[in-house]
Write a protein that binds this ligand. Structure first.
Ligand SMILES: Nc1ncnc2c1ncn2[C@@H]1O[C@H](COP(=O)(O)OP(=O)(O)OP(=O)(O)O)[C@@H](O)[C@H]1O
Ligand SMILES: [Mg+2]
Length: 248
């Protein structure tokens, strides 16, 4: 059973501005689906809405995870249902070490009451293993979340959290932005690791470069809050050549 967005209309709470305007989209388990679109088309708004950000008000339509509507749930509840969002612009969280954030979210997920408990040796081994695979220096694990992290380090840190939490569905909002060439390959490998564990991946991106490595099964194009085209990987290549002007 997939993650489904059905006829979704969303506006910014208090402003009335409609940012998602009748979107239908589906991500199956073990599937990589790409979402592309020009700046300001509503991609991040859709991602935030799926995750339950209070600024985004669902006017109509539904968001369904494995057959169950999640529209009434808090972000925490959605997270416990197995949703994860990797932010386009990850925020700094002063006073919280990255390793503690990951350990606490992992413990919460497995129902452990002592959130900082580290007696399960698997968690520490896994954090170190994936940090090393992602090229994230060990020192960063003991710094406050994202504080003073470079752009590429932030993206790697988001991906580390996704790999440890092992979500059912992961939404990655431009995980490849600001990354060097090696970084894109590392992130693409991590996405493939998630997919091979049967996680469904919604990958928001501006670049076909990452899609060449991960080969999505579907590509959606969003313009002005609407899905204007849906196709295979070749659609991403067409956009790379021709841009979005045909849709506007
Ligand atoms: N909290 C908010 N308050 C006011 N306007 C908002 C808010 N969130 C989004 N918007 C507006 O909604 C539109 C869609 O923004 P969104 O961030 O979803 O676009 P995007 O497709 O992710 O763009 P990009 O590719 O640049 O990341 C933009 O015009 C943006 O200014
Ligand atoms: Mg965005």
């Amino acid at each position: 059973m997939p993650l489904q967005v059905r006829d979704l209309v969303v506006r910014i709470r208090g402003l009335g501005k409609v940012v998602v305007d009748g979107v239908n989209l589906e991500v199956g388990k073990g599937e990589i689906v790409a979402l592309m679109g020009p700046n300001g088309s509503g991609k991040s708004s859709l991602a935030y809405t799926i995750m339950g950000h209070p600024r985004y008000e669902v006017v109509s339509g539904d968001i369904v995870v494995d057959g169950e509507s999640i529209v009434g749930l808090s972000p925490e509840e959605r997270s416990l249902k197995g949703l994860f969002l990797g932010f386009q612009n990850p925020v700094e969280v002063e006073g919280v070490k990255l390793s503690n954030l990951i350990i606490a979210s992992y413990n919460k997920r497995i129902g452990e009451r002592d959130l900082l408990k580290t007696s399960n040796p698997r968690i520490i081994v896994e954090i170190n293993k994936y940090a090393s695979i992602l090229g994230l220096r060990r020192e960063l694990l003991y710094r406050d979340v994202n504080v003073g992290f470079s752009g590429g380090e932030r993206k790697r840190s988001e991906m580390l959290q996704a790999l440890i939490l092992n979500p059912r569905y992961v939404i990655l909002d431009e995980p490849d932005s600001g990354l060097d060439v090696d970084g894109v390959k590392v992130i693409a490998n991590a996405i493939e690791t998630l997919r091979s564990r049967n996680t469904g991946v919604l990958l928001i991106t501006h670049y076909t470069r990452i899609l060449r490595y991960v080969k999505p099964s579907r590509v959606y194009v969003m313009v002005n809050g609407r899905i204007v085209e849906k196709g295979g990987y070749e659609l991403a290549e067409k956009i790379d050549r021709e841009g979005y002007s045909v849709y506007q």
